[in-house]
Write a protein that binds this ligand. Sequence first.
Ligand code: DC
Length: 222
Amino acid sequence: MSSNRQSFHRVVAIDGPAASGKSSVARELAQRLGFAYVNSGAIYRAITWHILQKGIDAGDSDRVTQTAESAEITCCLQDNESRIFIDNVDPTDYLREDRVNESVSRVSSVPRVRRIVEQKMREYARSHDLVMEGRDIGSVVFPDTPYKFYIVASREVRLRRRAAQGQRDEITMRDHADSSRLVSPLVLAKDAHVIDTSHLTIEGVVSEVVARLKEMGLKVSA
Ligand code: DC
């Protein structure tokens, strides 16, 4: 596959709004396929956490840009899953904090932040087959991949999922901000397969995705 004339391994793109079930589906699917699992939202969350740690206002796009540019962001794979370090700190335990949930849409709407994260995401695909979840994976980051899925669920189901995770997450506000931003908004790529997970188990969704991938000619051993 090529994008911007670069060569990449195979990428299965899993996009969709907050709490639609993307992470669980993408992780399980990656295991079934033997691909690496990459959570692109975690990179935006790590940058957001770093900015908040420095006491910077997430709405100050100049300072957000400067801070993201000067941070050392290391993205790697551990046990076939993406991990992020920022200025040599592992922020994993803080990525779901309320304050990160509240600010991540603003930080991820800053154009320079998006370019930095996109570059990291494409790096992963230089060396590995991937299942990557996010908002713009099929539309912007890997527009040439034929394997695009858009995962949705009703608002009620998504709210229930977040509550069950014990998280305070204004998903409606985040969805609005993520869909209406000027750069790489959450959109349904025209060639994506839409799957409504409201009444499906994770295994049910993964089986549907695997069936579609087989129809598309992807060699799947699972
Ligand atoms: O998937 P998530 O809820 O952890 O993502 C957190 C935020 O990151 C989301 O509100 C918008 C942003 N994001 C994005 O803009 N593009 C992506 N590919 C992934 C996430």
